[in-house]
Design a protein. Structure first.
Length: 399
């Protein structure tokens, strides 16, 4: 893969990220991380309640790879391995031949979307693990295992695994992303309007399968990993172990590929400290651990993160107070807004703007600050709509 081709592919993938981020509100980080996972040839999990556009987002992203064989399935406890990897050829069976039909199944897919991954049946468990681990499938009739062309799988679930069997699958999903319902009322208002309007056809950038495969096999592994990044990863591991957050050596090693993929996606020839932020989606097992992991990672990435996260804590506290005041009179709510919430949110917003400008000037990542800014906007919108009774459209114009 030539250098110019690699740059063009990265540019197309960045355009895809931008287009999907515009379409799926509050999902910019999720979209980018899914693309990074594919570039690293790794599997990802999107974890969240029903109705959070997990399936739609996965389909829209995977549909941007032209020429790729795509396979999708919704698993249940009764899903047979043959339904996933190749049903029995009935016509051949009538002739006394036992063979499977692989076209259109996981066995021939370049990209897969597996919904409700943790509902994988016991019968299909070993084959699914082999498929995710080694990209192989053992035919029902025996013989040599089939090599599958899978680049990466995007999986989704409404809940975490509940047994040891499915925990083995969970361990193989390097990237773990939490999604929730829209937090910003103005984004929710835009979502409602999109359901009743007829928007113009959105821009649709695509990338060729061969270009994506070239990036995965050649361009991403060629990204340099400076010694300073190795030192930073070692420092992060030690900091997490002090908090009893321990990831396996395999997970750490695979994470290096994610760092290279992140740098490639941004068009850089070497991994930088800003790429370490992707590790916030790799180094936790339960969602309760994620904030601690994120804090350690972002403290390491840049000096702006510590203050941004402290502001995030204050913003979350204000939202908790708003929730606790549900049912109180409009006068009480207005008094709380005037005396406390408005000034704190405005001060936080101004400080976040300054932190972002300083980070951008210094060439540091603004991703963490942008996430906190999104929370500040969402809580401010909730305050204006729920406490002061302003119209959501009016609030969106103010924001």
């Amino acid at each position: 893969m030539g250098a110019q081709d690699a740059q063009d592919t990265a540019g197309s993938l960045r355009a895809i990220c931008a287009e999907l981020s515009d379409r799926f509100y509050e999902r910019a980080d999720v979209v980018r991380t899914l693309v990074v996972a594919l570039l690293a040839g790794q599997h990802s999990l999107v974890l969240g309640p029903p109705g959070t556009a997990k399936s739609e987002l996965a389909r829209e992203l995977t549909g941007r790879v032209e020429g790729a064989a795509y396979w999708e399935i919704l698993l249940s406890k009764f899903t047979a391995p043959t339904r996933m990897f190749g049903p029995i050829d009935v016509a051949a069976l009538a002739r006394g031949e036992y063979r499977q039909v692989y076209d259109g199944r996981a066995t021939t897919a370049h990209i897969a979307f597996i919904d409700e991954i943790f509902k994988c049946s016991t019968a299909a468990l070993n084959e699914t693990l082999g498929y995710l681990n080694e990209r192989i499938y053992h035919p029902e009739s025996g013989g040599e295992p089939i090599r599958c062309p899978l680049i990466g799988a995007i999986t989704a679930s409404n809940e975490l695994p509940s047994g040891d069997d499915t925990a083995a699958i969970y361990d193989r999903l390097l990237v773990r992303l939490e999604v929730g319902y829209l937090a910003d009322p103005s984004n929710f208002a835009a979502l409602v309007r999109s359901a009743v309007g007829r928007p113009a056809a959105p821009a649709r950038t695509t990338v060729q399968l061969a270009a994506l495969q070239g990036a995965v096999t050649d361009a991403v592994p060629a990204v340099a990993v400076p010694e300073v990044i190795v030192d930073a990863v070692c420092t992060l591991r030690a900091a997490l172990r002090r908090k009893e957050l321990v990831a396996s050596d395999r997970r750490w090693r695979q994470a290096v590929g994610l760092l290279q993929a992140s740098a490639y996606l941004d068009g850089r020839p070497a991994v930088a400290e800003t790429d370490l932020s992707v590790l916030t989606h790799v180094l936790w097992d339960s969602p309760a651990q994620r904030p601690a992991v994120e804090r350690e990672v972002l403290h390491l990435v840049n000096p702006d993160a510590k203050e941004a996260l402290e502001l995030a804590d204050a913003i979350e506290e204000l939202e908790a107070q708003l929730d606790a005041m549900a049912g109180q009179s409009r006068e009480a709510l207005s008094d709380w807004v005037i005396k406390k919430a408005h000034n704190q949110l405005a001060t936080a917003g101004k400080r976040l703007e300054k932190l972002r400008a300083e980070a951008a000037t210094a060439g540091r990542s603004t991703a963490a600050i942008d996430r906190v800014t999104g929370r500040q906007r969402a809580v401010r919108a909730r305050v204006l709509t729920e406490a002061l009774g302003l119209d959501a459209s009016m609030v969106q114009a103010q924001l």
